[in-house]
Design a protein around this ligand. Structure first.
Ligand SMILES: [Zn+2]
Length: 348
């Protein structure tokens, strides 16, 4: 797939709104990219979109590759007397990023602005923001109108439109629409030597929930999780290594807060990257969590690994990635899957 096509898919998926538990628009956006390229496509009770691509039958393996469709966002939890919306986060968002941002509210994408007391009136101790101090302004006249336009449970996401930024690409929700883009590219490619199950999961940001069910349904022999992960190479810290860096290639997880990656798969993926001349980096261990955290514990256990695209400023209104990292991630995943045999994950 050429870079323009790849970035067009990323742009479409990034501009689509879908917070945890409300991923329907993302599924709708994905379908046209998958139909005709896979043998079956279905949605389970949770909302996971499950694509099955039959293999050549060389190996009797079932391999699961996932990317999550949900993004972090906000949910209306109360209304103020003057027409403002009180919100709670779905997934982790640094509330310091929120004041003054524009958001899209509800199914119709009503414009809203996240309000905070004017700086001219703020006390010193209010310089640090907490989400309970914020109210989203949708221009409602009063509480009744706000209730009608945005009842409790209404979702909202950042009003960001994806665009090129220097040699990088900018947009919201690259965690994990970048992973979804990579999974689309994989599924559009040639069949593998075994059956591939590509699952676009739900509710990752609130506790890896969709993946728990998808792992059970697919009952895979091995799982590869595609992510958009933390690249904190800018601003540079004085001490300590960054979690990952933009432009340095796919990020391989050894251990995060949710699981320890299967050491055989880690060795295998690294060896494939080295022999194919694809750059890679290790994610600084102990940070974050991914769908592999629940998948590896399903049924009798599933050897699992996470390969991620490094993205700056994830969980914020605009994240940045290097298109070359996305391409390298797709190339590494394809090479690793094409060469995967039962021996790689055979227990001794
Ligand atoms: Zn993620």
């Amino acid at each position: 797939m050429n870079r323009d096509t790849l970035l067009e898919i990323l742009q479409t998926l990034s501009n689509t709104h879908g917070t945890s538990g409300d991923e329907i628009e993302v599924r709708r956006a994905l379908r046209p990219y998958l139909e005709g390229h896979v043998d079956s496509l279905r949605v389970d009770a949770m909302g996971n979109l499950i694509a099955h691509k039959r293999g050549a039958g060389t190996h009797a393996l079932r391999v699961l590759v996932t990317a999550h469709t949900d993004e972090v966002g906000l949910m209306v939890v109360d209304h103020t007397g003057d027409g403002g919306l009180k919100v709670e986060t779905t997934g982790s968002i640094d509330a310091r990023l929120l004041p003054g941002l524009e958001v899209r509210v509800g199914k119709d994408g009503l414009p809203g602005v996240i309000g905070l007391k004017a700086i001219h009136r703020a006390d010193d101790d209010e310089s640090v923001t907490a989400v309970e101090h914020l109210a989203v302004d949708i221009g409602a006249r009063d509480r009744d109108e706000a209730l009608e336009l945005a009842p409790i449970g209404t979702r909202m996401t950042f009003a960001t439109t994806a665009h090129p930024l220097g040699k990088l690409f900018a947009g919201k929700s690259f965690d994990d629409r970048a992973g979804c883009t990579a999974l689309v590219a994989l599924l559009q490619g040639e069949p593998l030597p075994f059956d591939l199950f590509g699952v676009f999961t739900v509710q990752e940001e609130v506790g890896l929930r969709g993946a728990r069910v998808a792992g059970y349904t697919v009952a895979p022999d091995a799982a590869f999780v595609l992510e958009g992960t933390i690249a904190d190479d800018l601003p540079k810290e004085e001490e300590g290594s960054p979690t990952s860096q933009v432009g340095k290639g796919p990020v391989v997880t050894v251990m995060d807060r949710s699981y320890i990656a299967d050491p055989r798969l880690v060795r295998y993926v690294v060896q494939v990257a080295e022999s194919a001349g694809i750059p890679y980096q290790f994610k600084q261990p102990g940070i974050g969590g991914t769908d592999a955290g629940t998948i590896h514990l399903t049924r009798e256990g599933v050897p699992s690994i996470t390969v991620a695209i490094p993205c700056r400023y994830i969980h914020g209104p605009i994240s940045l990635l290097d298109p070359q990292d996305l391409e390298h991630t797709i190339a590494l995943l394809r090479a690793a899957l094409e060469q995967l045999t039962p021996e790689v994950i055979r227990r001794s």
